[in-house]
Ligand binder design. Structure first.
Ligand code: ZN
Length: 226
């Protein structure tokens, strides 16, 4: 392996890479910036990501998946586990590009009794063996709750989560319970209640497009962004 780059260089590289990734997400139409957006929660923000649009350009997704795979290439991986169907296209691209040729599987998300639930289809259970090395892939990591629940499931079956590959990390911490989150973009955008929104104060018109669009959808397919 080549020696690790010096810290300043590594930071600059990370910054440049992040800019490129943001530009790619802008091209897909998924990432909106410099706007004044109404969120489903009622809060306002200047940036927004429409998760559904992230993987609409197949060649871009392949490139982004390859970056995640390259990062985790030094580790042998048996399984790439998508947190849900939403992250499955990206997960496929990660699995395809990883030198270990890992198996690909996915969890399913849902809510029951007001609590967030994550399950792993029972057919996948027998593919996770004692000591199986698992790379979890998520599109957007916010609280990390889904990743935690999936990790518990994997560990319950005797597997071991090596790390988390993500498109976007909104949390400040680059790890979950000691497991590294490698994300293509690490960025949190502030959201404001309308009373204290600086964009409202400046008189910038409010874009309600995303909330309107969401009202046409079923609640279960709605994005979780606050
Ligand atoms: Zn506002």
């Amino acid at each position: 392996m080549t020696p690790p780059p010096r810290k300043a260089e590594a930071l600059m590289d990370a910054e440049v890479r992040e800019k490129i990734h943001l530009e790619i997400l802008k091209r897909t139409g998924a990432y909106h910036a410099n706007d004044h957006i109404l969120l489903p929660s009622g809060h306002h923000t200047s940036e927004y990501i429409e998760k559904t649009l992230v993987t609409t350009e197949a060649s871009f997704t392949e490139g982004l998946g390859a970056v995640i795979a390259k990062h985790f290439a030094p580790w042998p991986i048996d399984i790439v586990l998508s947190t849900g169907p939403g992250a499955l296209i990206l997960s496929h691209c990660v699995a395809r590009a990883h030198p270990s040729r890992p198996t690909l599987m996915y969890g399913t998300k849902g809510v029951s009794g007001g609590k967030r639930r994550v399950t792993l289809p029972v057919e996948f259970h027998r593919l996770i063996r004692q000591g199986s090395k698992v790379l979890v892939v998520e599109d957007l990591v916010s609280s990390g709750a889904t990743v935690r629940l999936l990790t518990e499931l994997v560990e319950g079956l005797g597997g071991q989560v090596i790390g988390i590959g993500a498109l976007w990390r909104r949390t400040k911490k680059a790890e979950i319970d000691g497991k590294e989150i490698f994300s293509l973009v690490s960025r949190d955008f502030p959201t404001y209640p309308s009373e204290s929104c600086p964009l409202c104060k400046k008189g910038v018109p409010l874009n309600q497009e995303f909330v309107k669009r969401r009202e046409h959808r079923k609640p279960s397919s709605a994005q979780e962004q606050s």
